[in-house]
Design a protein around this ligand. Structure first.
Ligand code: GLN
Length: 548
């Protein structure tokens, strides 16, 4: 570790999952930034997958891709959106990755004959990871996934216990996020589950310094004192985390409850200066004052698990912030659009803009193609992202170019693989090659790649730049042999990879807003810096809503 004065905040969760620990960590990161500190946020995930890249979106939600091409947990998206610090591969680790490193070291003979054990070998590997790749940060926030008491997270808890001891009070702080359930019949918030979960932590040798208590209601003073007494902490470090109507209110609300103040007090830092929360106050004010509404339809197949579209939902909301408008998302099941006798017009009746987002596999693809066809013919703003772009290319090829067999080789052998397997591409370090037998994990075209925008194109006017860099996660690509056929019919590939081999963006200039991108622009959008494509798309959808 180069920076020896860096301070660590270890964030654990208790009582139940889905407490919003990721958001709480991101908000704390934002508050420390607002006090002028450099922060880094990390997620330590207890599952055995090496990374979430191969996990089903139904189970794990979105897979967040970093600039340096790592497939990571969706909490890294919150971290990046709240702090603006680009997430890195080294910001997410899993038990699977730790074990696979330890086992490969063992196979290499690095342990010189020792018996490899969870303590010290696995815990040492975790500690080494926590202390790695730290440069000029003042704070490193490490969120431990899962809930205290889970078997899987034990090695992580043990590792942070050891680190807490080694670093001492002045460099380590333990923040535990819990829930105070409100029991209607008793008419009060209950503290017992919090007491139990803190006991569990204490049993593993960790005394939390602060408790962040999620609650639907204000916590009465007596309840705070009770929690403090039973959990062996000061009443002022029992922080109330009231449910908020928007996630962007959370930093301000935690600040009001003294979260950043108490953290700074713990580390004996100067607390006389107030943090600068302008950025967050502005966002809350825009949300409060925005008038009107646009309806955006998302046509996908993971709509029963909307965490699968986490960054997309946020980027759409950022587009709303940029236009001072509220956005309502309507979820449309792509398979529904495949049913015979379906009245597409009824489904899209009140929709002002249609998004077909990223996706995998054939199921639901014809429904997506139907939605795209509807958007194209009815001049409804359309935004195709990754898979959505690929399906739009197929729709146009089939219905305008009359390539009846146009399809994607992702769906099996096809006569006309208009979308084909990406077998080689240039990276900053050389040529990447793949074939159909390659492993599935970590082998897509991943991370940030440059893209050149066509002179005088619509996208160039949106980005106001010639060269952009966006994050990718795909295995298939548009076959560039047909670019001129498309162009003749008014479907322009207006963004290409620097070697001109990979189509990255298309647009239809004669349509009010019809754009498809091979990358995931939603991953880089931030509330205080909405992505230009989303701002423009929402503006166009707003215009469309006024035509209705
Ligand atoms: N399944 C498509 C591919 O691999 C699209 C991926 C995506 O939408 N992220 O190319």
């Amino acid at each position: 570790m180069k920076n020896t004065s860096v301070k660590f905040i270890f964030i654990t969760g208790g009582v139940v999952s889905s407490l919003g620990k990721g958001l709480a960590s991101a908000s704390l990161g934002a508050l420390l930034q607002a006090r002028g500190y450099n922060v880094k946020l990390r997620k330590l995930d207890p599952y055995l997958n090496v990374d979430p890249g191969t996990m089903s979106p139904y189970q794990h939600g979105e897979c967040y891709v970093t600039d340096d091409g790592a497939e990571t947990d969706l909490d890294l998206g919150h971290y990046e959106r709240f702090t603006g610090v680009p997430a890195k591969r080294s910001d997410n680790i899993t038990t699977g990755k730790i074990y696979s490193n330890v086992i490969s070291n063992e196979r290499r003979g690095d342990y010189l004959g020792a018996t490899i054990q969870v303590i010290p070998h696995v815990t040492d590997a975790i500690k080494e990871y926590i202390l790695s790749d730290i440069n000029d940060e003042d704070f490193v926030l490490c969120e431990i996934g899962g809930t205290v008491g889970d078997i899987e997270s034990l090695p992580f808890i043990e590792a942070i216990r050891q680190l807490g001891n080694e670093l001492g009070f002045s460099q380590a702080c333990f923040l535990h996020v819990t829930l105070l359930p409100f029991i209607k019949t008793a008419g009060e918030l209950k503290t017992k589950p919090t007491q139990h979960s803190v006991k569990e932590l204490q049993g593993m040798g960790i005394q939390p310094d602060l408790l962040l208590c999620r609650t639907e209601d204000k916590i009465p003073k007596e309840q705070k004192s009770k929690i403090a007494l039973f959990c062996n902490i000061k009443p002022e470090t029992v922080i109330e985390a009231l449910d908020a109507s928007s996630i962007y209110e959370v930093p301000i609300s935690y600040h009001k409850e003294g979260l950043d103040y108490q953290i700074c007090k713990h580390f004996k830092l100067d607390v006389s200066k107030k943090p600068n929360l302008n950025r967050w106050e502005n966002i809350v004010e825009i949300q409060r004052s925005s008038e009107g509404n646009v309806n955006i339809g998302i046509v996908g197949k993971y709509i029963s698990m909307i965490d699968a579209y986490k960054s997309l939902i946020e980027a759409i909301n950022h587009g709303g912030l940029a236009n001072n408008i509220k956005v309502t998302i309507k979820w449309i099941d792509s398979e529904k659009l495949e049913e015979k006798n379906i009245n597409t017009h009824d489904i899209f009746n009140d929709i002002n803009g249609i998004i077909v987002p990223g996706g995998f596999g054939e199921r639901g693809s014809e429904g997506k193609i139907n939605a795209i066809n509807y958007a194209r013919l009815n001049k409804i703003p359309f935004f195709g992202i990754c898979f959505g772009m690929q399906m739009a290319v197929i729709e146009f090829a089939r219905n305008v170019l009359k390539f009846k067999n146009a399809s994607s080789s992702e769906f099996g052998a096809t006569k006309l693989p208009l979308i084909g397997l990406l077998t080689e591409w240039h990276t900053k370090t050389g040529l990447e090659k793949r074939n159909k037998d390659s492993n599935l994990g970590g082998t897509m075209r991943l991370g940030a790649y440059d893209c050149n925008l066509l002179e005088d194109s619509f996208v160039k006017s949106i980005y106001k730049k010639k060269v952009i860099s966006e994050r990718h996660r795909h295995r298939y690509e548009v076959n560039n042999k047909f670019i001129t056929d498309f162009k003749k019919k008014g479907f322009i590939f207006s963004g290409m990879s620097p070697d001109n081999a990979l189509p990255e963006i298309f647009e239809i200039p004669l349509h009010p807003w019809f754009i498809g991108v091979q990358f995931h622009p939603e991953l880089k959008s931030k509330p205080f810096e909405p992505h230009p494509l989303f701002s423009s798309f929402i503006r166009a959808s707003l215009k469309q809503s006024r035509l209705l």
